[in-house]
Design a protein around this ligand. Structure first.
Ligand SMILES: Cc1ncc(COP(=O)(O)O)c(C=O)c1O
Length: 407
């Protein structure tokens, strides 16, 4: 079936609005994606007609909300082709997921001198929790660089593993360069050396089919707001063996079975790691967003974005005054660039915004990568399932205008 991008665009109400008297060209999907009407409607329906707390009530609405909320576990497992929904822990997004692993799994099992291997292109969400372990426990962070194209050689990651390595934590797709990492080779190679892996799937899960039964990582984090779902929704996949080793990170209601003066006992399965009233409606909205993506088809979305990537790459490569960072053959439709000469990334994004083109400027929560590339900041145009060839042209027109403006 033909990929009908206009039909998809019609599902996203915000895409028909204007910004600064120009049609909105939304190229900040790497930061957060827009929401289809089905998600917005599901959120409204959940609040207006179906709302109550989950797991608590013996009344109709509570049971209804619980059923809808719990069904999302299965949807996420299906979306990621995870072995079971029992491996899916709900949370507010990748940041919470990785912190949970750092506090609940890594901290109790690591000691001073132990090592965690990271790539230089991780998002701060997959850096700062490990820095906590460095600061508080003397754990060492071992960094693996990317090459000039922005590629991460899996062998270099595996070569960085020593008998002190306790975890390899890598992104599946860079939020700055768009590089897709061969995480399966890393996961398998690390496992033969007895080292578990955490994969940050925040970007990859949006842009391509993810098969966790094939990759088989120990941890895989996703974040709902990038997946066309509500902010504050998300999940982490945890392999059963790791889940059995992991201690609860947050304590409170829902994650316990019994609480007494002298002892407590925990709930079983993923709920053991889900303390307090969760993002009920957010998760329900995420389930609808994932169904929406699966209905369009992850292969079809990936193919559409590859067309955008190839077109954008050829257009941007033609601008010899633009420095596009990273040129990996595996790259997705995410472009980071600086303009030769003086214009700061923020100036470019401000000018583009006046043209209705929304991009992001800054370090993109990836400062070690910025240091590695020798730039303080870049401008980033990141595409999603609803973007068009014409929007690539709008970006290029806007950049040419910047070039004239800033010389
Ligand atoms: C690769 C990557 N990891 C982690 C995150 C953090 O996600 P969240 O802020 O939703 O927790 C992001 C979001 O920008 C990201 O792009």
């Amino acid at each position: 079936m033909m990929y009908d991008v206009n039909k998809i665009r019609a599902d996203f109400p915000i895409l028909s609005r204007q910004v600064n008297n120009r049609p909105l060209v939304y190229l900040d999907n790497g930061a957060s994606a827009q929401k289809p009407k089905v998600v917005i409607d599901a959120v409204e329906q959940a609040y207006s007609m179906e709302y109550a707390n989950v797991h608590r009530g013996l009344h109709y609405l509570s049971n209804l909300a619980t059923d809808k909320y719990e069904a999302v576990r299965g949807t996420i497992a299906r979306f990621l082709n995870a072995p079971s929904e029992d491996n899916i822990i709900f949370n507010s997004g990748t940041t919470e997921g990785i912190n949970m692993v750092a506090y609940g799994w890594a901290m109790p099992r690591m000691q001073a001198g132990d090592q965690i291997v990271l790539s230089i292109m991780e998002h701060h969400a997959n850096i700062v929790p490990w820095h906590f372990l460095r600061e508080r426990m003397g754990v060492e962070l071992v960094w693996v660089d990317v090459d000039a194209n922005g590629d991460l050689d899996p062998q270099r990651v595996l070569d960085a593993i020593t008998d002190k390595t306790r975890l390899v934590a890598v992104t599946h797709m860079s939020n700055v360069l768009g590089t897709v990492v061969d995480v399966k080779t890393i996961v398998q190679g690390a496992r033969t050396k007895g080292v578990p892996t955490l994969v940050d799937g925040s970007q990859a899960s949006v842009h391509m089919p993810v098969d966790l039964s094939d990759i088989d990582p120990d941890f895989y984090a996703i974040t709902g707001h990038k997946l066309y779902g509500p902010s504050g929704s998300g999940a982490i996949y945890v392999k059963s063996e790791r889940m059995a080793e992991m201690q609860p990170f947050l304590g409170g209601g829902d994650m316990i079975k019994d609480v007494h003066r002298e002892h407590i006992s925990y709930n079983s399965g993923p709920m053991r790691f889900e303390a307090g009233t969760p993002g009920i409606v957010q998760q329900i909205g995420l389930g609808v967003a994932l169904d929406y993506m699966m209905n369009v088809g992850m292969d079809a979305i990936a193919a559409h974005e590859q067309v955008l990537r190839d077109y954008a790459r050829s257009k941007l490569d033609g601008l010899n005054w633009l420095n596009v960072q990273g040129n990996s053959a595996t790259k997705g439709a995410i472009f980071s660039f600086t303009l030769e000469g003086a214009a700061h990334a923020h100036d470019i994004s401000t000018v583009l915004d006046k043209k209705g083109v929304a991009v992001r400027a800054g370090h993109h929560c990836a400062q070690p990568l910025m240091e590695h590339m020798g730039v303080p900041a870049t401008c980033r145009a990141s595409f999603g399932m609803y973007n068009t060839i014409e929007e690539v042209d709008a970006l290029v027109d806007g950049l040419e205008f910047c070039r004239e403006l800033f010389g």
